[in-house]
Design a protein around this ligand. Structure first.
Ligand SMILES: CC(C)(COP(=O)(O)OP(=O)(O)OC[C@H]1O[C@@H](n2cnc3c(N)ncnc32)[C@H](O)[C@@H]1OP(=O)(O)O)[C@@H](O)C(=O)NCCC(=O)NCCS
Length: 127
């Protein structure tokens, strides 16, 4: 992992982080649902959302939602500012989400990621 790790703080996302999280950049070809759902996600007791910060500036966001009475945990809406990609910041957020999952849910370390086309080889922008 690049040496930037020591400057990155992963903490729980707050309502007040809304603007900063949206400022990370445009995602999913303009079809980003996070603007509409950020506050409900933060208020949802089944959601655990984190931000990655560098010198207090938000550079990353990721979250999990628990379903099926705690048996299924899904991560989604993940993003890292373009300038800071490829440095391990997503991995750091994922590590925290997995730690939280192991502590809080019956799903142990199961984190199913299904918010991107990469997860489904059949996915196409044309569908
Ligand atoms: C995907 C994203 C969050 C990765 O952030 P990052 O901080 O650059 O990621 P890291 O440096 O921690 O690690 C890069 C890893 O992410 C993986 N990755 C890249 N795109 C991915 C995606 N869409 N879904 C899951 N993993 C992805 C890479 O394969 C790499 O894995 P490796 O280290 O095992 O080779 C970032 O590229 C991003 O914001 N993309 C635009 C938004 C997006 O597509 N979000 C969907 C995420 S599921």
């Amino acid at each position: 992992m690049a040496s930037i790790a020591k400057d990155v703080v992963i903490r729980r996302a707050l309502q007040e982080d809304f603007e900063a999280v949206l400022s990370i950049g445009e995602m999913y070809g303009g079809r980003d649902y996070l603007k509409a759902l950020y506050l409900p996600f933060i208020e949802n007791k089944d959601t655990y959302a984190v931000v990655a910060t560098i010198q207090d500036a938000v550079v990353g966001f990721s979250m999990t939602t628990t379903f099926d009475g705690g048996l299924t945990v899904m991560s989604r809406a993940s993003r890292v500012h373009e300038k800071f990609r490829g440095l391990g910041i997503y991995h750091m957020m994922k590590e925290e989400l997995e730690k939280h999952t192991r502590l809080k849910s019956k799903a142990h370390n199961l984190v199913v990621n299904c918010d991107c086309g990469k997860a489904n080889p059949e996915y196409s922008e044309d569908v």
